[in-house]
Write a protein that binds this ligand. Structure first.
Ligand code: ATP
Ligand code: MN
Length: 461
């Protein structure tokens, strides 16, 4: 089998020696005495043009059997192409049809909506858009590791099944082997001691707490894995299963944490612009006009840094027509976040020092006793992309916060012990990988940047 991708063949010079390529037919165009195929093999968004001339053996029948979507192996000469936008094309000398495609193939010439394509998630990677998303997603995963590995962060695999609820809130998927219709019950409550783990278990909503244990030994760590939230958020920014990147750094305060997050985002933007130019060109012209300039501008800029209190002041002054009112003490809504980053600053904005009531129990309390050392990074078009904080490193303050949240410190014994033995200021953040892909590609809906989206009432594949 021939392994040289069309990506490389398109860069070659015309040559005497015959080559073989493999791929799928994107389009076929018959002209008088000649047939043109556009072949794609997934190595690039670009197609290789294949020419079949009339003197080809069995011309009529072979041209008839080749249809959109069929897979081929084509041998021939790479010749200079008279057509615009391509240096070479392949003049076929022999063709093997590997897999035919009957006429009921849905991905014929017609363009389909993204909504429809979600219903055929097994075929959508064959479209330009989803091929480009897949390549960018892959390159971006590599870039995530590259960034952290170059800086000596240790990649830690935190568990997917967990016995602790990271945020101390609901919204978790339960993991159980108990019979759902007839679970063992004691005093009117399900008896989880009979369950697989002998206690209630869930799918993780974040690897942070476990990540902290490794940061408090290895100094700089990161996680990058699947995360699950049973939140009923039917938005274009929420999935029930998504991938999260969570660095955690010891001997690190909130300011250093923000510096790392900002540097990381810029690194990823520049990596993708440099390594996926053809796919980015496609997104820039077909999906989100100006997205390349936007990423370049951001990579060159300094993010705005303001406190939550300042953010509330700015938003109140703006007198914009918000659906939800802006009040100190309430969480910023997506519309407020977008207004700050798009309208007021025109740049990514890092908001810090949120009221303690609206953030998680583990965030470091400020001296004002009202706010915590949280930081959210807001970007245009999306709103929140990163949520992070400096963690409470004082044993007693943390224990008190756990209690205030109505949680049982006993359940967090190992997390608390990190604060008893060589406690250290430490910080980290969580970045939703799909939101990052959305931002870089300009794709509007988060369901279109993950191969098989899981969201409320959707699990066909
Ligand atoms: P939001 O307010 O947008 O729901 P959050 O405050 O719940 O986000 P965090 O718990 O701070 O988010 O999670 C860290 C990051 O994970 C977020 O900044 C976001 O990028 C991503 N994220 C959170 N929930 C989801 C989800 N349901 N689907 C995809 N990404 C998510
Ligand atoms: Mn959420």
């Amino acid at each position: 089998m021939e392994r040289t991708g069309i990506k490389y063949i398109l860069l070659m010079e015309p040559q005497e020696q015959e080559i073989t390529i493999e791929g799928w037919v994107r389009t076929k165009r018959d002209s008088k005495g000649v047939s043109f195929l556009e072949i794609n093999d997934g190595s690039t968004i670009k197609n290789l043009q294949v020419i079949i001339e009339e003197n080809f053996p069995d011309y009529a029948s072979i041209v008839k059997s080749i249809t959109t979507g069929s897979s081929l192996s084509v041998k021939g000469n790479l010749v200079a192409s008279p057509a615009k936008g391509q240096k070479v094309e392949l003049k076929a000398s022999s063709i093997e049809i590997i897999g035919e495609t009957p006429p009921d193939y849905v991905l014929q010439k017609k363009r389909h909506s993204f909504e429809f394509l979600r219903e055929i998630a097994h075929l959508r990677p064959r479209t330009n858009t989803f091929g480009a998303v897949a390549r960018v997603r892959s390159a971006m995963s590599f870039a995530v590791h590259k960034f952290f590995q170059e800086r000596d962060f240790v990649y830690v695999h935190t568990p997917i099944i967990t016995g602790s609820d990271c945020e101390g809130v609901g919204e978790m998927f339960q993991v159980t082997t108990l019979p759902i219709g007839n679970p063992p019950v004691v005093n009117g409550k399900v008896d989880y001691s009979k369950d697989f783990f002998g206690k209630q278990a869930s799918l993780t909503v974040s690897g942070q707490l476990e990540g902290e244990t490794y940061a408090c030994a290895l100094k700089n760590i990161y996680t990058f894995g699947p995360t699950f939230r049973a939140e009923n958020s039917n938005t274009s920014r929420h999935l029930a299963e998504f991938w999260m990147i969570e660095p955690e750094m010891a001997f690190c305060d909130l300011h250093l944490n923000m510096d790392v997050a900002e540097e990381f985002l810029k690194y990823i933007f520049l990596y993708i612009l440099g390594n996926c130019p053809d796919d980015m060109d496609f997104f820039n012209t077909r999906i989100s006009k100006g997205v390349i300039d936007n990423l370049e501008d951001i990579a060159r800029s300094s993010f705005v840094r303001i406190s939550y209190t300042e953010a509330v002041e700015q938003l109140t002054k703006a007198h914009a027509d918000f659906e939800f009112p802006v009040t100190w003490g309430e969480d910023l809504q997506s519309e407020h976040e977008k207004y700050l980053t798009e309208k007021i600053y025109g740049l990514p904005v890092i908001v810090i020092d949120y009221p303690k009531e609206i953030k998680a129990f583990y965030m470091k309390l400020n001296d004002d006793n009202k706010t915590v050392r949280a930081m959210d990074i807001l970007v245009p078009r999306l709103g929140e992309i990163i949520g992070g904080s400096e963690r409470e490193s004082d044993y007693h303050k943390l224990e008190k916060r756990i209690t205030e949240f109505g949680l049982d410190p006993a359940d967090y014994w190992w997390y608390l012990e990190l604060r008893r033995f060589g406690s250290v200021p430490h910080s980290g953040f969580g970045l939703g990988f799909e939101r990052l892909i959305q931002f870089v590609t300009g794709m509007q809906n988060i369901r279109d940047v993950i191969p098989f989206p899981r969201s409320v009432k959707t699990l066909e594949f």
